[in-house]
Design a protein. Sequence first.
Length: 278
Amino acid sequence: MARTAKKAPSAKNAFEELSRRGPHDVLHGDLALVGLPGIVCTPRSGLGLPAIAFGHGWLQPPRRYLSLLRHLASWGIVVAAPATQRGVFASHRMFAADLRTALDVCVGVRLGEGEISVDEKKLGVAGHAMGGGCAVLAAAEDERIRAVATLAAAETHPSALEAAGKVGVPGLHIAAGNDLLAPPVANAEPIARAWGGAVQLRTIPKASHLGFTEGRHWTQLVLHGKSEYATQRATKALLTAYFLSALTGDRRGEALLSTDIKGTHVDQEHTRGVLTAA
C-alpha cells in the first residue's frame, strides 16, 4: 500500500509547535572570540545548517533578543548578533557591513565544539528597528542572502526604503501597530511596497516599538514601549516558520505564513508572492 504524503499542520497547530522550543540543544558564545563583538547561538551539532545575522535596535544590546536567538537555534538555525554600532550616532552603513561579516563568520568558522557547519547557500538576515533597516541594506549588497525578516523596521541612512527595491529574495516584515517611533505607515509599509521579491507585511496591532525586546533596559525611559510576551511569542513562531521555509524548504510552518493568526494580521495590500526559497 502506497504511503500518502504527510500534510503540513494547520496554522493553529503550526503556531503552537513553532512558538515552543525546538528539538535541538542550544549553545551560545561570544563572537568577540573571532574578532566581532556580539552573541552567537547554535544547535549543539549539525552540518550544512542555515544561518542568519540578526541586527539589534537603536541603543539596544543583543542580549535583549537572547530568547529569540536561542529559540531559532533550537530549531536548527545558527544565529549571530553583532554588538557593534550601539551608540547614539550609530553608522547604519557600517552596521549593515557588520551583519555581512557575521555571516562570513558563520560560514568560515567551525562553531560550537567543531560539530557545526553552515551552508553558504542558506543564509539570511533579520533585525529589529534600526537593525531591520540595516538588514535590508545588507541584503541589497550581498547576493548570498536568501531571506530577510524585519521587526518594526526603521528607515536608515543610506535609505532602507530605496535599498528594498534592489532585494529580489523573499522578505517578511512584521510591524508593530502601536509603534510611535517607527510607525508602519512611514517605515514597514513603504519598505514592503518597494520590495523587489516576494513579500509579506504582517502587523501585530497591540505591539509597541520595544515589544520585541526582552527584559528591562534604561532606554525604556526614552523610547516607546516595553517588553511584551505575546509579541515575542508570535515573533518566534513566525520567524521560525519563515526561515525554515525560505532557507531549508521545511513546510511545517506553511499554513502559519499564509494566514492571520491570533494577535497578528496579514496586510494584503502590501503582500505579494509566496515566502519560499528564492
